[in-house]
Design a binder for this molecule. Structure first.
Ligand code: ADP
Ligand code: MG
Length: 226
């Protein structure tokens, strides 16, 4: 088990996260400008610590309280590893995942940082659509990403507007990158066992994504109108 003096333990606690999702906080990697570290949000980590306390000191000693977060990280890593095995390179529509680390905020996962034009993190697709609306170019952007995801045959769990970011692209101006939701969440890996079902599910989720994109853009227009 690494100690605070250990070089493997990343120190994040004293810095502010760059972003927060519903479950995880996202930090700049202290040693790599092109990487981020995701850890469970404080509330969630505390919840897991408390549930560990409730179960017994044995569960804590066995590390069961942190199993949930680690299991989630491993699921993502497994899916990215499967893509690396299947394809010559990771598709540009899926952010890279590099490995697991221990941090002073608990277990973390190191991922590729997708930067935006302003030097910060790339904005989410939801934020862009709400701010700038949707036109034919943006529809094509979503369709292009959809084709890339379909070709990759990646198994996904939640294709939501906040799990996709809009990154600058030298050829098309913009491209979409999935930064969350790779890997299957179900106990029985139905998508892995049945590729046909996986393809159908992805197609359905892409159709739903286009609908959600239109709704987000409309909501943005309504919020901006007098
Ligand atoms: N690889 C990444 N590059 C750029 N921004 C990211 C990346 N991963 C996450 N983010 C930002 O952090 C937010 C939360 O990350 P996410 O992994 O989706 O957390 P959660 O698992 O809680 O949903 C995202 O909505 C996005 O704004
Ligand atoms: Mg997310």
């Amino acid at each position: 088990m690494p100690t605070p003096a250990s070089p493997q333990l990343l120190l994040l606690r004293s810095t502010a996260p760059l972003a927060r999702g519903t479950r995880r906080a996202v930090y700049q990697h202290p040693d790599d400008p092109d990487a981020l570290v995701k850890v469970a949000c404080e509330g969630k980590a505390a919840l897991q610590r408390d549930s560990g306390r409730r179960f017994s000191s044995w569960t804590r000693r066995l590390g069961l309280a942190r199993l949930g977060v680690r299991a989630e990280f491993r699921r993502e890593l497994r899916e990215i590893a499967a893509l690396h095995l299947r394809l010559p390179a990771l598709p540009e529509c899926i952010a890279g995942i590099y490995g697991l680390v221990e941090t002073d905020l608990g277990p973390g996962i190191v991922v590729q940082k997708i930067g935006g034009r302003d030097g910060g993190l790339a904005p989410t697709l939801g934020a862009v659509l709400r701010a700038a609306g949707i036109d034919e170019a943006r529809r094509q952007l979503i369709l292009r990403a959809g084709a890339c995801i379909t070709r990759s045959q990646a198994r996904l769990n939640n294709l939501a507007l906040h799990n996709i970011v809009v990154a600058p692209d030298p050829v098309h101006g913009e491209r979409l990158v999935l930064i969350d939701c790779v890997g299957e969440k179900t106990l029985i890996p139905v998508q892995r066992l049945c590729p046909w079902y996986s393809r159908r599910l992805t197609a359905k989720r892409l159709r739903r994504l286009l609908n959600r994109a239109a709704c987000a853009a409309a909501a943005g227009v309504r919020a901006g109108s007098p």
